[in-house]
Design a binder for this molecule. Structure first.
Ligand code: GLU
Length: 448
């Protein structure tokens, strides 16, 4: 994971990018870097450590310019140091790139570029991609956008990238596969982020880039196409992030703040869903799939890390109340074996971000076998929310702490509501017990 920010417009890009990186530091914090075009040339500043170390290291240097990209890294290839920090500039200085993800065939690409005279300054997989784009760009007279597109066709792995071309400093090129990217739309200005938090004070109009899409962004507009050249009409959505959610609000760190937020986050997760006046639990997102849920032969819960642990609690809840056998699987195990799945199965994918790559791959597999696939995630409009048949959002709010707290308890709250709703619909729970369980559920925020 890592955090990406980009800006093109009429404002000074530096403060927007630095503040944006600070908000994304939860995604990666071993090093940070920024590239800025000042109207004449492009400068790249990179620093081992936190975004504040980068900020200190550029004090007094030229940070002017209305076009730039930034990155806060969580290393996968090459140790955390200044050299391996992003952005990476290609060997001839034509392209500068920030990358979130892993280029799985980078070593092969690196060997091939080496035989063509390329040398590398870092140990990262990302620098190889910058050089590959440049190599393709210099082979024949093509646009930088086409060079990015052609290079990505040669790449295996996961990426969210934002690219600057020093020959064409009038645009940013963004592309994604399995790593999230959101484009914020302002007035003759555009923002890019791994999520929308870097630019919430500037705009609430966003476009979520989909897998295998490339966006070419200039001050005049945004053009999106697929990696195979199909034109895509951008679907503009409104994001709803409360500014307070991304500030520490007097707590010494985000995790502590989020622990204290749990009475509120659980109340929000149950709001309008657990209706104690009428003794009813209604999860609007599941109404259409209730027949499949009630007749499910088996429920398979997939997730990673914390979400997998929430799934373990889901197993107890579903078996107890809905009386449906449950299996809980690590999404990474599930996707790489050959699981038996059929049309009577319901697969529930749990992920805070809604972007967990292994969980997304598990969803694809389950869909291929015709299972009904549901999502439980926290980020509205995320990939998992879009790729599942139906689902329930955990309204936990933005979770920035790396160790999950409020997102976990919100996931368990959703699983409890689902188990009780199905259990009651199947007449497994007596009316008096259901009444009592609803009361208990409602009392949890106060007990916390
Ligand atoms: N694989 C890249 C690196 O190690 C990107 C890691 C990230 O997503 O932060 O630099």
């Amino acid at each position: 994971m890592c955090g990406i920010v980009g800006y093109i417009g009429g404002q000074n890009a530096y403060p927007i990018i630095i503040n944006g990186l600070k908000r994304l530091e939860y995604r990666g914090y071993d090093s940070a870097g920024i590239a800025l075009y000042n109207g004449k040339s492009t400068s790249v500043y990179k620093k081992y450590g936190k975004v504040s170390d980068l900020e200190n290291s550029v004090a007094g240097l030229d940070t002017s310019g209305c076009l730039g990209i930034g990155h806060t890294r969580w290393a996968t290839h090459g140790e955390p140091n200044d050299k391996n920090a992003h952005p990476h500039m290609s060997m001839h200085g034509k392209f500068v790139i920030v990358h979130n993800g892993i280029i799985e065939n980078y070593s092969n690409l690196k060997k091939r570029l080496t035989t063509r005279g390329y040398t590398f300054k870092s140990e990262t997989d990302s620098e190889v991609l910058a050089d590959l784009i440049e190599y393709i760009y210099e082979l024949s007279p093509i646009s930088p956008d086409d060079a990015v597109q052609l290079a990505l066709r040669k790449v295996q792995g996961a990426y969210g990238i934002v690219v600057m071309c020093t020959d064409h400093p009038d645009r940013l090129i963004a592309a994604r596969k399995s790593s999230p990217l959101v484009i914020g739309i302002g007035d003759k200005e555009y923002f890019i982020g791994s999520d929308a938090s870097p630019f919430v004070e500037y705009t609430d109009q966003v476009v979520y880039l989909d897998n295998d899409q490339i966006a070419v962004i200039s001050r005049e507009g945004l053009n999106i196409k697929s990696i195979n050249n199909a034109v895509v009409t951008p679907e503009i959505k409104k994001v709803d992030i409360d500014f307070d959610e991304i500030e520490k609000g007097g707590f010494s760190h985000f995790m502590l703040k989020e622990i204290y937020e749990q009475p509120r986050s659980i109340t929000d997760t149950m709001r309008g869903r657990v209706l104690s006046e009428v003794d009813k639990i209604t999860l609007g997102g599941l109404i259409d799939v209730m027949p499949r849920l009630m007749n499910a032969r088996r429920i398979i819960i997939v997730g990673c890390g914390t979400s997998w642990h929430a799934g373990l609690m889901g197993e107890y809840l579903f078996e107890e109340y809905a009386r449906i056998p449950v299996e809980v699987e690590y999404a990474s195990e599930f996707r790489y074996r050959n699981p038996i799945i059929n049309q009577e199965d319901v697969v529930i994918a749990i992920s805070q971000s809604g972007e967990t790559a292994d969980t997304l791959a598990a969803i694809q597999l389950a869909k291929k076998y015709g299972a009904c696939v549901l999502g439980i995630c926290n980020v509205v409009g995320s990939s998992i929310a879009r790729e599942t048949d139906a689902g329930v959002y955990t309204h936990a709010g933005v979770e920035i702490g790396v160790a999950s707290t409020k997102a976990f308890t919100a996931q368990v709250s959703v699983l409890a509501m689902m188990a009780l709703m199905i259990g009651r619909a199947k007449y497994n729970i007596k009316s008096a017990d259901y009444h009592q369980l609803i009361r208990e559920l409602m009392s949890i925020p106060e007990k916390i």
